[in-house]
Structures are given as C-alpha cells and as structure tokens.
Design a binder for this molecule. Sequence first.
Ligand code: GCV
Length: 716
Amino acid sequence: MFRTLFHGLLALALLGLAGAARAEDGYDLWLRYRPIEAEWQARYRPVAASIVVAGDSPTMRIASAELKRGLDGLLGGAVAEDQPAGAGAILVGTPEESPMIDALGLPLESMGREGYLIRSIRIGGKPMTVIAANDDVGALYGAFHFLRLIQTRQPIEALDIRSTPKVQLRLLNHWDNLDRSVERGYAGQSIWDWWKLPDFKDPRYTDYARANASIGINGTVLNNVNAKADSLTAPWIGKAAALADIFRPYGIRVYLSARFSAPIEIGGLKTADPLDPQVRAWWKAKADEIYRAIPDFGGFLVKANSEGQPGPQDYKRTHADGANMLAEAVAPHGGVVMWRAFVYSHETPDDRAKQAYNEFKPFDGRFADNVIVQVKNGAIDFQPREPFHPLFGAMPKTPLMMEFQITKEYLGFATHLAYLGTLFEETLAADTRAKGEGSTVAKVIDGSLHGYRLTGMAGVANIGSDRNWSGSHFDQANWYAFGRMAWNPDMKARPIAEEWARMTFSNQQGFVSPAVDMMMGSREIVVDYMTPLGLHHLMASGHHYGPGPWVDDLERADWNPVYYHRADAAGIGFDRTKAGSDAVSQYAPPVARMFGDIDTVPERDLLWFHHVGWDRRMASGRTLWDELVARYGRGVRGVESMQRDWTRLAPFVDAERHREVATFLAIQRHEAKWWRDASIAYFQTISKRPLPAGEAPPEHPLSWYRALNFPFAPGH
Ligand code: GCV
C-alpha cells in the first residue's frame, strides 16, 4: 500500500516536472495520457488496478505497454502489470492464448480478426474487465478503446461493448515523393526519411503506427499516386520493407503506388501494354520480389490515364485490362489493387464531372476479384463542398472504395481551421437511392448495399515532419475523424469531435461544448468564404492557395475556374441539368430529379447544378447576387466568431497550443476577407449589380487581387 502510494506520488511529481519542462507541442496527438481529476482517478482505480495480458506476441506486448502507459499516466501511476488476476484487473487476450478467456465462452465467432469485446464481469466476486478478440490485433484495438473511455471520462464499471470494423481496408494514402516533398502536404516534409531508410528507423514511425492503430487504420500507401517507377526498385522495396516491419505488430500493412509504365522505365521493356505477355511476366516477377521482402504487402494503388499519368489507354486498352493485369500479379499473395477512378481528359469535350462515371460505369463487373475501384467523394476534386460522386450506387458489381482528402488542399491548407468530420459525414449519409430510400453512400462503402466482397476507405494523409504531425493542432482531428469513420461509416461527426476534443485538449464542460460547436461549424464557414451556394474550383492556379475565379488561361479548359462558375451577364453556375451537360442523369432517377429541378435542389448545391439568374429570389428573400455577397460576408464573420470563441477557451488550454491556434485563426481571418473581397470584386464586374446595403466594398481594386502571386506556396 505504502509502496503503491509512494510510486503514485513519485509518478505525479515526475509528470509535473516533465509537464513544466515539456510544453504541449501536439506531438502526443489524442494519446495524451495526462493525470486526470482526482475524483475520476478514485472512481477508475478500483476497476483498473492491474493488467493481465495473455500472450507474448509483439502485438500483445504493445497492447500491454499501451495499457500500462495509459493507465499509469491517466491514473497517476501505480498500475500493476502481469499480476495474477485480482481485484479490479483488466484481462486482455484471445481464447487461444488465455484459458480464462476461453473458459468464458464469449461470443466472438462473427467478429473476425479485428473485432473485440469489452465486458465487465466478476470472477470469484472480483471485478474484471475482459478485452477479448479472436486475434491479437483485435485485442490491441480493444485496449485503445478501453483507454479512450477513461480519456473521455466514461463509466467503466458495467461495460458490454462489441465492436467490429464495417470496412476492411482503412488506409491512409500518402502523396509523399521520394525526395521527401509532399504533394498537397502542409505539415513539413514527408514523415518518411527515405534517404536514411532502411538503416535508420526514426522512432516517429512507431508513434505513427501507434496513432493509426488507436483509430483502427490498418494500411498505408507510402508514396504519391503520381508515382515514380524508382519506388519499385530493390533499394526502395527495402525501405518500404523496413517500415512494414515496424508497422506489422500494429496491424498495419504497407501498400505502394505503382507507376503503370514501370516495365519500360525500370524493366527495360519496350511497352507497358497490359495484354503483352512480357509485361504481365514483369509485373508478376515484381510482385514476387516485393512479397519476398514484405510477406504481408497489401498491394498496389494506381492512378492511370489521369492528369498525364501513363495507363492502359496509352495502348488502347481499358481500365479493367490494366487493373486486372496487376491484380493477377498480386493475387497469389493475397494482395489487392486499388484502381483510382479520378480520371478526366481534356480531349473529352464533356463536362469533367461526368467523365469518371462515363469511363467506369461500362466496366461494372469486369474487374478481377481482388480489384477495388477508388472513387473520390465528389466528381470534381475535393472541393469544400461537392455533392456525392455519381459512381456511388452505380457500380453494383464492382467494389468501390471511398477516397477522402484529409489534407486541406482546397480548404485553406493547414492554417485554416476546418473540421472535416462534417464533410465526411455529409457524403457518407447522402442517399444514392440506388436501391430505394436509405441506399446511403455509407452502405455502398461498407459493402452492405451491393454485397461487395472487398470494402475500403482511403484518406489522403495530412501527416508530415512537423512536430504536431498535421501542420496544425486542429488538423489532427481530421486524421482522427477519418479513422473513426473508416471503422464505422455511420458514425457522426459531432460525437467524434467531442471524443477528440476531450482527449486532445480538455474534458472540462466549459471547454468541450464550445470547442465542439466551433469545430462543427468550421467547414461551413470555409464554404461560405470560398465557394458558397455550390460554386467550386475557384482557387488560384497550381498551388490552389487563395482565390482565382478570374483564371481563364490555363492549358486545359477544365483547369480554369471560369469553366466551373460560368458567370455571365445573365447569371452564374454550371448547368448540369438535361438542358446543360446532363450530369444529373448519372444519379438514380429520384436524385437526378431532385438535383435537376431548381426548386428542389438544396441551396448549398444550387450553382453546382444550375446556371441561375442574378436576380432570382433565394429562400432568404434576397436575390442570388445579394445572397452570394451575404454568404461571403457570413464566412468572414464566422471566422471572427471562432476567434472570439477560442479566446474564451484560453483558461482550458496550455499556452503554447492556444497561442498557435489563435495565430492561425488570425491568418484565416485575413485570408477569408481576401477571399470575400477578391471574389466580390471579380463577380461584380460580371453581375454589374451594386453591393447590398451595409456590405463594405472590397478593400482593393480587382487588379490588385489579380496581381498577387505565390511562387513558393507549399504542397505544389
Ligand atoms: C496527386 C488533384 C490534385 C493533385 C492530385 C490529384 C489526384 O488534381 O491537385 O495534386 O495528384 O488531384 O488526386 O490524383
């Protein structure tokens, strides 16, 4: 007893010292195991007095160490490990490794490798919490779940939790280049220090795996989809293998983006034609080589015939030909091919929003069993808001996986606060009506709507070498929300934001409610000041930093903002109705009718689907022009309101993180006003209407905004 107390006090004292010496820099993410309030410690302690972990695999050792680290930190030390089960023990394991768990006869049959049960039981009158799974990795997920309960101050005395992932492949996609730059990355350099791999294994790789395992992410594509063939050469396979070795015990598999023309570039062949026997043999041999180094290699991600990348169409073959050839190479090893549907061609005169559907729909059912087609959430490109992609619900015989962008290429980079949980939820909850009402995108993705044999969700990572991982503290929430929704696409953004805010900052109610409200409104604020009412792709060229609605001189028509907003003397917006590009017809009939009718389309998508007269009355009673101006202003005021909220939250947040968020919000305020002023200045030259009463004119003339130039913007 005395020893326990002493250790507890010592741990507290050390933590206090460490806390003073080590400022909160965000490195700990949502796994901050700081000591919790005394009354909660007193409540949890009797339940979590000791840890008994059955099994000695690397994964079980990680689960054990995590529980110890978490409970020691949260409960102020003195949690015993590997003691015989006694009062308040936590018992972790599989029936195979633990006779005690086996004897309990828990209903684990339908829970797969990754599912877990957490149950409060009594054995011989003593309380026990059992964290049980069929496989060690499930037990690890359960351990993280148990810690989350304490981190968010949930009761743990009478638990009966059952959790299995609804989606099989829950992957991050890193757009990381071999020179350590990151395409659309705003958090420093690539986390992969390629040059020093495979010899130097940065401890950060372990922390990365730990963070991902804590939210159920089970795979990572290491390199950019705009891939270099070099990543498939022996030295680079060795680097990937070193990472795979670190990630394996955390249940994370490594995947690689494959360059379609690699057989020519590094294989010495004259062609990369997917029907050429030599090309097929080359890929098979390459797959064999990779699997020798990485026995659990996940497979390939491919961007083909898109934005200049090579692909099967270069040889007059189809996407299915290309995907199936690679699928054949990895199939003997259990690998998959994720073939991206992000395709559009400037040689095709049709609306860019229609092209993925046009190219893929005819091949429904023609892909090999281990191919899954990866579709972006919307039909253009990760805009602040897009209606759901029309392919969802349209490919019943081909597994489709979701691709979200966690990094904020089009939402203000790392400095703008935009919680993407609401964006993810909006897409996943959208009803495709493919098989009647309730055919949500979530049901397409979890495979239940069409009975997909493979399911997946990918998020383009926002992780880099920055100390806080994501470039900003609040961007960590987007990584977190992605993982939680990949595990369960029916999860809602608000409870996820709440969990994250509690774990990352504070459990005090004075903090939680206002912080979560701020997060929940944040993405809509960005939509308001960048792309209100369904406008899209108005960002400046190349780097996509700041407004560029006037841009009309890029090499391809569909890279120009004017292609998307189509503002003219009569009105603004892209007519995608039957009278226009007819993109609406790619949706199931009830959805097509709803989007296609100007009276039923939601206002938030209005200008995505309709070219609308400047004087049309909106729900507010204002004309479209006045509404547009009002929305831009509302966006700027929204940021100001977040600034005020954040100032009020200062008492709950450590000075270092508070200061950084406040500074970023000031940048966001400045840039939101820039967006408003530049957009209004430009659109007013076309609408030729006065600003509504009370709306301040733009600070500068349009020419001033047009002259701005950012040659060194990041991520490009
Ligand atoms: C990796 C957009 C981005 C590109 C990205 C591409 C893609 O066009 O701007 O940087 O390339 O999407 O998703 O392939």
